[in-house]
Design a protein. Structure first.
Length: 939
């Protein structure tokens, strides 16, 4: 049950002028429909009310704390005078018109006050609306410098009415350290509370708590000596009070101060001289000066000093008081409190010794940015003595720190109270990098710092090495798939501009015996500024003829490792006076370097790099990285040159094997060959056509595995063996391909190949109808395509046999189809139909559809259109062989060319070759009279 307090009264919501917020209708903690107050979209007033409710619940939920506060409240009546005196002393020492001491049970009860906002002593108010309850719930001081701008006071009637401008409250703790109340001071106007203000109020709150404990014990143990308990409480608080009557000179100390100064009631004379006699001689002057200043201005007295006791021991005291004016306006008395800070001072001295012995620099800055302390390591790092540093403003002592990470970091710590860690550079004379940890300390900012210049240089060197490796990797990746020298150089320039230079010109050097200017070609140029790219291109176009014999380019071509220069060039220095010099002047290079691109023992080209004004000269690290890059590019150019030579040789060999086609009677043959679109590889595709002695025309299409010179040579061997065998032995295609398997094996050709050997024959029974027979054998190749006269295209998809060269004893088979006049047969390689990631059937159907669409075109045009439509961009080379059968009862078409018949070949035959008997022809599938092809029964 709540204990009564003499004179206590309930205060309505309208009377609670110190309320944080106006109490909601229905009770201090009520919300509509009992809902919890909203937070995310709440107004400041609603948030303040919600925070007040949380503080109240925190206090009332602690049953033991509430019981301790009620215990002291029951004893408060017997100690009201002492408590009121302490409250009045708080207001006087801190210079505020209002002071208050409250106990916090399940409500706030005013037990002492000077013009307290809630009302007179005994007033009870809700915890929800009390700022003192916030102090109790937090268990620590609450400092409000400007109440009008503090969100915790949103909606406060006292703030709105101009009665609350600044607030300072500290918790009141019982002997079990539980928070039982709060002591606070406040005033109508804003005020910046100092650490000394907080310390004074905390000392007075401790004394008040001790007084309450004494009265509680007195009530509970009436027989205990009350005076002894009061002395014990005062001693426990570590607080002593003094009063000096300036008119009489009488100085009054309480027992605590007498003990600190080692006086007793008899030996203490109660005079100011008795006080001064025990003050350390080094401290007397500033203590006297502080007292004189307070008396002269009726102001605050503050001093820290040492007391030397008769036994030689020393105690540290911190005193704070105020000179009070009389009716005449002059000081009549000085009152105050003193605290024994010996333990604190001893700890600070230990900390000071630690700071001095640290291998980390340390200095402390007061709120005005003056250096208040500096240790020995800081003196060493900063190169200045503490006599020069102490008392100086940081920004005056180190002006280069203004506007840098130093100032930003320190001011952020001072503003937010949060630590900050950063690295920052200070220029000469320090010329170093520093790792700094700045923290709030004693109202100012403390900085711990080390010199990390060596580490920073090591990191920079590692970063340069990493960037150099990344540059080399990027250049290497760009050169892997590019074998064209010009394309290689164009691809390299974006890795160098703007990373290394502002512009670059790449040059290739031809082989030969002509002068270097005739062999040098500027093939690529790149500028970091797109607006300057046209100027650089113009310079590239006219540079080589204008180069002087003493130019940087000439020096490098004469054998120099590199040519380096700084500053703007003058006429005749790099290029002759004229357009080239004018363009170079417009480019305005402030630093240039020319480096050779050397392959295996020869210079393949040059790179000219330039930097604009402000970029700086090329450093040793830059040149080291560039030399590595140039070596890589030079080797790539050498490889490209060798590859081009090998490719040219292979292509020449390959084309030399693609023989001129024969022109049999009423047969029109057309062939096309297209290298791979990338130009990076050489294919093994080939075709052939020739007339053998039995009068039939042989058609060959093939693809040797591999894409290099070796594949081209293997293709030549396979082609020649097949041509010779087919001409010498008049046999069906399957027989000839089987013989070719043995020849590849026995002659160790070492190649695998797909292929089709087809023969266009005309047996007597078909000749009477004007038809021809196509007989073929397929060694793992794509099916022939038959384009019928009426335009329908048919893939002759018959089972294919094994590849050529896989083994010498493969079973091979012949297939036949009747070819009517006007029909076209297409043999082709995979480059015409295959696409990466696409099923082969899709490509074959694409070819069939395209052939049907182009069926009406002349054969030459048909082949050209198929190549253009289907082979464009192919990753593989393409061979296409087409034969069109013209009607024999009509004149030979002009597009088929002059006839070269088997009789012509027989006339040219060697007399040393015996006549070979004409082999029997395999049975032919019955002819469908409507289509000229096999009947359904014969398919």
């Amino acid at each position: 049950m709540q204990e009564p307090v003499p004179g206590a009264r309930d205060v309505s919501a309208a009377d609670r002028s110190d309320d944080l917020v106006e109490e909601p209708t229905g009770g201090a903690a009520a919300t509509p429909a009992g809902r919890t107050p909203r937070r995310g979209g709440a107004t400041p007033r609603e948030r303040a009310a919600a925070d007040g409710g949380a503080a109240a619940r925190s206090l009332t939920d602690d049953v033991a704390r509430t019981a301790a506060a009620r215990r002291l409240l029951r004893a408060e009546a017997s100690g009201g005078g002492t408590l009121q005196a302490l409250v009045e002393l708080a207001g006087q020492l801190l210079g505020t018109p209002s002071a208050e001491l409250s106990l916090l049970t399940d409500e706030r009860v005013v037990v002492g006050g000077v013009d307290p906002l809630p009302g007179p002593v005994g007033t009870r108010t809700s915890l929800v609306d009390s700022l003192c309850a916030r102090v109790g719930a937090a268990g620590e001081r609450v400092v409000v410098d400007d109440a009008a701008g503090d969100p915790r006071l949103a909606g406060s009637a006292a703030v709105a009415g101009g009665r609350l401008g600044a607030y300072l409250g500290v918790p009141l703790r019982g002997d079990d350290r539980r928070v039982v109340g709060a002591m606070c001071v406040h005033q109508p106007h804003a005020r910046r509370w100092t650490p000394q203000d907080v310390a004074t109020l905390e000392h007075l709150a401790a004394a008040a708590a001790a007084q309450l404990e004494v009265h509680a014990l007195d009530r509970e143990y009436a027989r205990v000596d009350r005076l002894a308990l009061l002395d014990a409480a005062a001693q426990a608080a570590g607080l002593g009070t003094f009063q000096w009557d300036l008119a009489t000179g009488a100085l009054h100390w309480d027992a605590s101060l007498l003990e600190v100064f080692a006086y007793d009631a008899d030996s203490f004379g109660g005079t100011i001289d008795a006080f001064r006699a025990r003050v350390h001689r080094e401290d007397r002057a500033h203590v006297t000066a502080a007292l004189d200043a307070a008396i002269a201005t009726c102001g605050v007295y503050e001093a820290e000093f040492r007391v030397v006791r008769p036994d030689g021991s020393t105690r540290w005291l911190s005193a704070r008081g105020r000179a009070l004016a009389g009716a005449a306006g002059t000081a009549e008395q000085v009152i105050g409190v003193a605290t024994d800070t010996t333990a604190l001072r001893t700890g600070e001295e230990r900390v000071g010794r630690v700071l001095e012995d640290m291998t980390v620099g340390y200095y402390w800055l007061d709120p005005d940015w003056r250096i208040g302390y500096v240790n020995a390591e800081a003196e060493r790092i900063l190169g200045r003595t503490r006599e020069h540093l102490l008392g100086g403003v940081l920004w005056d002592l180190f002006p280069a720190a203004v506007g840098t990470e130093f100032e930003e970091g320190y001011r952020t710590v001072a503003r937010t109270g949060a630590p900050a860690v950063f690295d920052a550079y200070y220029p000469a004379p320090l010329d170093g990098w520093y790792e700094v940890r700045a923290v709030p300390e004693h109202g100012g900012v403390a900085a711990y710092f080390t010199d990390v210049t060596a580490r920073r240089h090591a990191l920079d060197a590692a970063q340069e090495a990493r960037e150099r490796s990344e540059l080399l990797a990027a250049v290497a990746a760009g050169l892997v798939e590019i074998l064209d020298p010009v394309e290689a150089l164009r691809g390299v320039l974006p890795h160098l501009v703007p990373a290394v230079a502002d512009f670059a010109v790449a040059s290739l050097l031809d082989e030969g015996h002509a002068g270097w200017q005739q062999r040098l070609h500027d093939v690529a140029a790149l500028h970091a500024d797109p607006a300057m790219q046209p100027v650089l291109e113009e310079y590239r176009a006219v540079r080589v003829p204008a180069l002087t014999r003493s130019s940087m380019v000439a020096q490098v071509l004469a054998g120099g490792a590199q040519a380096l220069r700084t500053g703007l060039p003058s006429p005749g220095d790099l290029v002759e006076d004229g357009p080239a010099h004018e363009l170079l002047t417009a480019l305005a290079p402030d630093a240039m370097v020319v480096m050779p691109l050397r392959g295996r023992g020869r210079t393949r080209g040059l790179l000219t790099l330039g930097r604009s004004v402000g970029r700086g000269a090329f450093t040793d690290a830059d040149l080291t990285a560039l030399r590595d890059v140039m070596a890589q590019i030079g080797l790539a150019l050498d490889n490209a040159h060798l590859h081009a030579a090998r490719r040219d040789l292979a292509e020449e060999l390959q084309r030399s094997l693609l023989t001129e086609l024969p022109e049999p009677d009423h047969l029109h043959l057309v062939a096309r060959y297209v290298p791979a679109a990338t130009g990076a590889q050489i294919g093994g595709d080939w075709y052939d056509a020739f007339v053998v002695r039995d009068g039939s025309t042989c058609l060959v299409i093939g693809d040797v595995t591999g894409h290099d010179l070796r594949a081209a040579v293997a293709m030549a061997q396979v082609r020649n063996v097949l041509r010779g065998g087919a001409h010498a032995v008049v046999k069906p295609p399957a027989h000839i391909l089987a013989s070719l398997d043995w020849a590849i094996h026995d002659l160790a050709v070492g190649a695998l190949s797909t292929g089709i050997l087809a023969k266009v024959e005309q047996p007597a029974d078909l000749a009477e109808q004007g038809f021809r027979l196509l007989r073929w054998s397929n060694a793992g190749h794509l099916p022939p395509l038959l384009l019928h006269p009426e335009g329908h295209a048919e893939l002759l998809a018959r089972p294919a046999d094994m590849l050529l060269g896989l083994r010498p004893h493969n079973d091979r088979h012949d297939h036949t189809v009747v070819v009517r006049p006007g029909s076209t047969v297409l043999l082709y390689t995979d480059g015409l139909v295959e696409r990466r990631g696409e099923p082969l059937t899709v490509g074959l159907e694409r070819l069939r559809t395209a052939a049907e669409a182009l069926a009406d075109l002349p054969l030459e045009e048909l082949c050209d259109r198929l190549i253009a439509d289907l082979a464009s961009g192919s990753d593989d080379d393409v061979a296409l062989l087409a034969v069109r059968a013209h009607p024999e009862d009509e004149p030979r078409p002009a597009e088929a060319g002059p006839s070269r018949t088997p009789a012509d070949l027989a006339a040219d035959a060697s007399p040393f070759l015996p006549d070979a008997p004409v082999p029997a022809v395999d049975p032919v599938d019955p002819v469908d009279p409507q289509r000229g092809g096999p009947t359904p029964a014969g398919r």
